[in-house]
Design a protein around this ligand. Structure first.
Ligand code: ISC
Length: 344
């Protein structure tokens, strides 16, 4: 299988290689030519790669070739390096300034929550294939992917967050937010800040689904471990009121307050005006469309990076609310960056 990927790369042909959470099977979807296709509807077949900005076009990889492989990798300890990278003081102060600005906007204006982020570029000597194999070995519970298109570039990630699973008119989604680092053998101890920020996501999802769903089932909220981090997670299941509602549901959900904020349009404007860089596909979504009849499996593009030659750009962010503390939010992005930096 790695030989097939090498040939696709040599011929500059678009492909995605992915593994669903907690499975041992890799799926390869590849195109026979390098055309850049866009997804026009959720009835399309293939693999969708959508940017954060919902106004921009979503890439579609056509499933000219679909192959399944059993992954045979040495499991690596799910251990993330605890050596924190050095950041220059100026980067840190700039990010803390952005957070302080958001907190004051939340206190004084109509914004309730905004998710802010930054990118970190580092050098790596490893091949893209070696990096991906490390991701697979380390992050078994995540949706791991390697996406390549000659006109878009190379993206990789190991995301803990499902945006939407859909089959037989039933959908599942999750509200995943709130972060604290894993400390040896200790159960997480949550503060109101994380509880509130995650609850906003659950409430938003409930409100987005209610008009289009017959039955809505919301689980208890539990601690969920993703590598070196704890998150709060609520599972939501629903039966949709007719398949034609699916586009409205996905467009209503994305971007959720786990990656954007509340109210959505104010948060979008705050991000576009203040974040200072283009997120591109980070915090967008990706996954398979109708590879099996009427089945969608979409994930939020988190814990991801873009690879260009020997440079890797890692993307990390966090939810800001009234009770955020800039220094802690900075630390949270440092901790999140370790998931990707550990494989470089
Ligand atoms: C935006 C990110 O995480 C989101 C998902 C889980 C927890 C989050 C948080 O605690 O802020 C974020 O909402 C990221 O990892 O870059």
């Amino acid at each position: 299988m790695w030989n097939t990927v090498t040939t696709l790369l040599k011929d500059k042909l678009p492909f995605v290689l992915y593994r669903l959470p907690n499975t041992e099977e890799l799926v390869l979807i590849a195109q026979k030519d390098s055309t850049l296709h866009f997804a026009l509807s959720f009835k399309d077949e293939g693999f969708i790669f959508a940017p954060f900005d919902f106004k921009k076009k979503k890439i579609l990889l056509k499933p000219d070739t679909v192959l399944n492989f059993k992954v045979n990798l040495e499991p690596l300890a799910n251990k993330v390096s605890s050596t924190k990278p050095n950041f220059d003081q100026e980067t840190k102060e700039r990010y803390k300034g952005l957070i302080a600005n958001a907190i004051s906007e939340i206190k004084n204006g109509k914004l309730n929550k905004v998710v802010l982020s930054r990118s970190i570029t580092v050098n790596t000597k490893k091949s893209h294939s070696a990096i991906f194999q490390q991701l697979l070995s380390k992050y078994n519970q995540a949706f791991c992917y390697w996406f390549f298109h000659p006109e878009i570039g190379t993206w990789m990630g190991a995301t803990p967050e499902r945006l939407l699973g859909f089959t037989n008119n039933k959908l599942t989604t999750t509200a995943l937010a709130g972060t604290i680092p894993v400390e040896d053998a200790k159960n997480p101890s949550w503060t109101n800040k994380e509880i509130e920020e995650q609850n906003m996501v659950t409430e938003f999802i409930e409100a987005s689904l209610t008009p289009y769903c017959k039955e809505l089932n919301i689980s208890e909220t539990k601690s969920y471990r993703a590598a070196n981090l704890w998150h709060l997670k609520t599972n939501i299941a629903a039966e949709i009121d007719g398949e034609d509602k699916l586009p409205l549901i996905i467009e209503g959900l994305h971007p959720t307050p786990a990656v954007c904020g509340l109210p959505k349009s104010l948060a979008q404007t705050f991000i576009a005006t203040n974040e200072g860089y283009d997120r591109e596909y980070y915090t967008g979504y990706l996954g398979s469309l109708n590879l099996e009849k009427d089945k969608l499996d979409l994930f939020v593009n988190l814990r991801c990076m873009q690879l260009k030659g020997n440079k890797a750009t890692v993307y990390v962010g966090g939810g800001i609310t009234e009770s955020s503390v800039p220094e802690k939010e900075w630390e949270e992005t440092v901790n999140k960056s370790l998931t990707m930096l550990a494989v470089l």
